[in-house]
Design a protein around this ligand. Structure first.
Ligand code: C5P
Length: 311
């Protein structure tokens, strides 16, 4: 049995460039790995002819079309060998299709675990190519960086110096579904191509991280980062409960709340995970109706489990 705890991410920035001929946009994004993880275990199957995945935990993850099965198929094709079928047990603890990269992280873990199980190894560059084909967020997780500047359509990952002294995040995943593809399409409809200013907050933050940013200092960036996700207007339009939820969260916590990926997870930065957990407790104690159905997690950057969650 080969097992791992694939961790999630948030995007501290997400600058969306032009749409390419391949149907993908050029991105510039700071990815931050967070201490919230699924459980994945992989073993050779005793019988059966095909790979199989058994999914438990939070709802919403596909079974037949699960990205971990696509990862196995891609690896088998790349290896060019008749590798035996495997069974994967996947316990979803990261909210599914939430902008947290849970499925992408599972796929990256599956690539690594299957190589160990089958006793094959693909070159690091081939692994990144496979990862990029599986999904735009997968290369970040294959690179195994705590924080990185991610460019291209996701395949160019530049690891950055880790945030010093840990940090806390309070995550609120709104009870709504948002398709990444639909959010990008809406973004295109809303924006005039080429209207985005050249100055890049991602690059400013990358420089600050490289000079040794600590968690508390990162909180000081939150006001600027709040509007550094270019997908916000599109996500807010497709899921009208998001702007109302963000207003409420900001009013109640006195902090800026950021959108991760294409949503619908919002998050705030805290100097420590206990601070984030305390803020979460205060928030749910007052039972605001706008939080009905939301999943709330207080996490640090280490995990693999959250410090606190609700419900
Ligand atoms: O790569 P992934 O499967 O995560 O992408 C989902 C969808 O998001 C794509 O089909 C595309 O519409 C959009 N996307 C994009 N540009 C990117 C990444 C994703 O337009 N760089």
């Amino acid at each position: 049995m080969f097992a791992a705890r694939p961790m999630a991410k948030v995007n501290l920035t997400l600058e969306v460039g032009p749409l390419g001929d391949d149907g993908y946009h050029t991105l510039t994004s700071i990815f931050l790995r967070i201490g919230l993880a699924d459980l994945i275990a992989l073993k050779l199957t005793a019988g059966g002819a095909a790979d199989r995945v058994v999914v438990s935990g939070l709802p919403g993850a596909p079974i037949e079309e699960n990205i971990v099965l696509r990862a196995l198929a891609a690896l088998r094709e790349r290896a060019g060998l008749p590798l035996p079928p495997v069974e994967i047990e996947l316990e979803k603890r990261v909210p599914v299709a939430a902008g947290l990269g849970g499925g992408s992280s599972d796929a990256a873990a599956a690539l690594k675990l299957a190589q160990a199980c089958w006793g094959v190894g693909v070159a690091a560059s081939d692994e990144m190519t496979l990862a990029a084909r599986l999904g735009s967020d997968v290369p970040f997780f294959v690179a195994d960086a705590e924080v990185a500047l991610v460019e291209g359509r996701g395949e160019a990952v530049r690891p950055l110096r880790s945030v010093g002294g840990n940090a806390g995040l309070l995550l609120a995943t709104a009870p709504t579904t948002l398709s990444t593809r639909a959010v990008f399409a809406r973004h295109d409809a809303l924006s005039e191509q080429g209207s985005r200013p050249e100055a890049s907050l991602s690059e400013d933050l990358a420089i600050a991280l490289e000079s040794g940013l600590i968690g508390q200092e990162l909180c000081g960036w939150a006001g600027r980062l709040r509007d550094a996700n270019d997908l916000w207007p599109a996500a807010a339009e497709l899921a009208p409960l998001l702007p109302a939820l963000r207003d409420e969260l900001e009013k109640r916590t006195g902090r800026p709340w950021l959108l991760s990926g294409s949503g619908p997870t919002l998050f705030a930065l805290y100097p420590s995970a206990p601070d984030a957990a305390e803020a979460g407790r205060v928030l749910v104690d007052r039972r605001p109706a706008s939080l009905d159905g939301a999943l709330i997690h207080a996490v640090d950057l280490i995990g693999p489990d959250p410090i606190w969650r609700h419900p």
